[in-house]
Design a protein around this ligand. Structure first.
Ligand code: HPA
Length: 275
């Protein structure tokens, strides 16, 4: 799609949402698979199902509630996406990141992302939380391919600090004050929808990564392009490298995410207060 058309659609979407909700959200939150209960923390002022939002794709994945939620949390106005769009669902990469651009145009300054991820770091366990300090996005299409949208940012964006050190430090402080053991590491993005083969998990470890997942980096890239501050956190839902026979299922991923969710929700909530 041409960049002019993208901008036109974005403006229409933003206009529609601004009619639904009159306030300016400061923080945007995207909730990963099995992590949507965070929305219960929000004092909800308005919910808009994706199917009602012009130009929004409709999420197809089980475990996603698929709506935009506007409200107050920790003294701030927030907009949360319960359910994101994944490349493996068949959407264009532009559709995957469309809501992030919408958030920016609504006034969001800080973006919090969460996801379920598989671990290749031998010291990680299922249920661990990991602050993403950096990512490797070389296996998924870059959402900025195509004519640059100059209104959003430069043709060649710097990616030396995709996840803001300031936010990482705040999250670490919150975790240590509450005696939560939180890891820090590198996330590799893959397209999915297959989980990785044993050889692929090994390769991911060799690349210098700690976890692997099917989301987040495309959103982080467009957010950085537009100058949003980004923070992202993974819940380790499965272990990629194990000696035993290792079958990974979506159900197991959702179950593990559900168990770890309260801690993640707590950190997000406190982080929003501290921003
Ligand atoms: N690989 C890729 N994506 C994932 C995984 C995994 O092991 N677990 C949750 N999302």
């Amino acid at each position: 799609m041409s960049s002019k058309k993208v901008l036109k659609e974005l403006k229409e979407t933003v206009k529609y949402l601004q009619k639904q909700y009159k306030h300016i959200p400061q923080v945007g939150v995207v909730l990963g698979s099995g992590l949507s209960n965070f929305t219960e923390e929000i004092e909800i002022e308005k919910e808009v199902p994706y199917e009602k939002i012009p130009h929004f794709p409709v999420s197809t994945v089980e475990g996603h509630k698929s709506k935009m939620i506007f409200g107050r949390l920790s003294g701030k106005r927030v907009v949360a996406m319960a359910g994101r769009f994944h490349f493996y669902e068949g959407y264009d990469i532009g559709d995957v990141v469309f809501p992030i651009r919408v958030m920016k145009m609504l006034g969001v300054e800080t973006l919090l992302l969460s996801n379920a991820a598989g671990s290749v770091n031998p010291s990680y366990k299922v249920g661990d939380l990991m602050i993403i300090t950096d990512h490797i996005s070389l296996f998924t299409p870059n959402p900025l391919i195509g004519k640059n949208i100059d209104e959003f940012g430069p043709r060649f964006p710097d990616m030396s600090e995709p996840y803001k050190r300031r936010l990482i430090q705040l999250a670490k402080d919150i975790a240590s004050e509450n005696k939560y053991d939180v890891k820090e590491g590198v996330y590799v993005a893959v397209t999915g929808p297959t989980f990785e083969t044993k050889a692929e998990y090994k390769m991911i470890l060799t690349l210098g990564a700690d976890v692997v997942g099917m989301s987040t980096v495309q959103e982080a890239i467009v957010a950085n392009h537009m100058g949003l501050e980004v923070f992202a956190m993974s819940v380790v839902t499965d272990i990629g490298i194990r000696d035993d026979h290792n079958i990974i299922t979506h159900e197991e991923v959702l179950e593990a995410a559900k168990h770890a969710e309260p801690k993640l929700a707590f950190i997000f909530k406190e982080l929003i207060a501290a921003i």
